[in-house]
Write a protein that binds this ligand. Structure first.
Ligand SMILES: NC(=O)c1ccc[n+]([C@@H]2O[C@H](COP(=O)([O-])OP(=O)(O)OC[C@H]3O[C@@H](n4cnc5c(N)ncnc54)[C@H](OP(=O)(O)O)[C@@H]3O)[C@@H](O)[C@H]2O)c1
Length: 240
């Protein structure tokens, strides 16, 4: 069935691949972004997917943005909480601001994205929520105390929402990508990238489309029995 899907951070990287996969699956997609107007305009021109600018760290902005999406496209049945940032530093050098920015975006941002759509999903007795966590939320990572904490917290959100939403036909699941070939990872020096790839048994970075494929599976109408789960897509780098 064709539904309305919202993808936060849906204009670039993994989020862009998810937006395109959901469109190709027959859904009407709204792609949110934070501030890169040029990338968002290019994405809309290339894909025909509408983009909406707001900061997921801001509850009121999220609520207003989602209200606009629903006014334009209809009730949101599928939410992909994908927007995320890094502000890396070894713990002894990490500033309170680096901690706060990452918590506000990666953890509170998920609350801000799901909370406004939750009552409608309960009323309509259908909802699909997917949170893009990370391998580093599962295993921790040097220099990422802030990021790993939020990505582990995302798994707690999903497991709790799964229990609260199940009797309303709502599922909540997480995907933990390993290292994916987005601008963020391709920007690191080649030597560092090679050392990352050396830790991946598959011998390469993942592609954004490989994460999008997991999302398309989880949001399908007939995926109702998959609830509260975490899919690891990391080329065999880490097993839970
Ligand atoms: N890449 C990896 O290897 C990897 C691995 C594991 C997990 N992940 C997770 O996957 C997700 C996507 O990562 P990515 O590498 O595709 O990121 P990316 O290429 O940096 O793209 C980030 C997207 O999120 C948006 N965004 C950032 N902060 C936002 C905010 N406060 N409000 C609204 N939108 C915001 C950006 O908008 P603008 O274009 O306006 O900046 C952009 O559309 C993140 O949650 C990340 O933690 C990535």
């Amino acid at each position: 069935m064709s539904r309305v899907a919202l993808v936060t951070g849906g204009s670039r990287g993994i989020g862009a691949a998810i937006s395109i996969a959901l469109k190709n699956a027959g859904h009407t997609v709204a792609a949110n972004y934070a501030g890169n107007d040029e990338a968002a305009a290019k994405f809309t021109a290339e894909t025909g997917i509408k983009t909406y600018k707001w900061n997921v760290a801001d509850y009121d902005a999220s609520k207003a943005g989602i209200a606009q999406v629903e006014a334009d496209l209809g009730p949101v049945d599928i939410v992909i909480a994908n927007a995320g940032i890094t502000r890396d530093a070894p713990f002894h050098k990490m500033t309170p601001d680096q901690w706060k920015q990452v918590v506000d975006t990666n953890l509170t941002g998920v609350f801000n994205t799901v909370h406004p759509v939750w009552p409608g999903m309960r009323d309509r007795k259908f909802g699909r929520i997917v949170v893009i966590s990370s391998i580093n939320g599962q295993k921790g990572q040097f220099g990422q105390v802030n990021y790993a904490a939020t990505k582990a917290g995302d798994l707690g959100i999903v497991k709790s929402l799964a229990q609260e939403g199940a009797r309303f036909g709502i599922t909540a699941n997480a995907i933990c990508p390993g290292y994916i070939a987005t601008e963020m990872v391709m920007a690191v020096p080649e030597k560092v990238r090679e050392s990352i790839i050396a830790q991946i048994p598959t011998g390469r970075l993942g592609e954004p489309e490989e994460i999008a494929r997991c999302v398309a599976f989880l949001v399908a109408d007939d995926a109702a029995f998959v609830n509260g789960s975490t899919i690891s897509a990391n080329g065999g780098q880490f097993f839970v």
